[in-house]
Design a protein around this ligand. Structure first.
Ligand SMILES: [Zn+2]
Length: 158
């Protein structure tokens, strides 16, 4: 599926199979929040981010309205993904059980902190939020741009 932000002309590609996997991971933890890292690559002079995979945290804290992932062991795994498949860290995803796929104030703050982290080299980290319900889900995909969280809108289904 292709998502675009018209103002910045930045694009994001992700296949349905991966979104379905994230949905399954999220539903396993329902009604608590869950999430992980997004891995991918940049193409088209860095204007398009292609999301290829996820990395799930070994340790995390979560409740119905809260999710904080640990970072134990992730650095080494990220190095392996880069060496083997050329994939890099491009952002985060988490679920909002029975809540809109819209970033909370905490989410916005966390993304700004991420962009200020000197270990994170990406310019426009992605935040994907899955609104998980018992039988359905919605997706909201955002990215940080000049300190603001902007949204990618669905352009084409696969
Ligand atoms: Zn959130």
């Amino acid at each position: 599926m292709k998502f675009v932000n018209r103002d910045t002309r930045l694009e994001l590609l992700i296949n349905c199979e991966l979104i379905n996997r994230l949905e399954v991971y999220g539903k396993e933890k329902y009604p608590n929040e869950f999430g992980g890292l997004l891995l991918g690559k940049y193409i088209n002079s860095n204007k398009t981010v292609v999301i290829k995979d996820t990395l799930l945290p070994k340790k995390y804290k979560s409740s119905r309205y809260y999710f904080e992932r640990g970072s134990n062991g992730l650095k080494e795994l990220l190095e392996q993904y880069y060496a083997n498949e050329g994939l890099v860290y491009v952002g985060e995803w988490h679920t909002h059980p029975d809540n809109a796929a819209v970033p909370s104030q905490t989410d916005i703050r966390a993304m700004k902190e991420l962009a200020e982290d000197k270990n994170v080299l990406i310019n426009n980290p992605v935040l994907m939020i899955l609104e998980i319900q018992k039988t359905d889900y919605n997706i909201g995909i955002y990215f940080l741009f000049n300190g603001k969280l902007l949204q990618y809108i669905l352009a084409e289904s696969e």
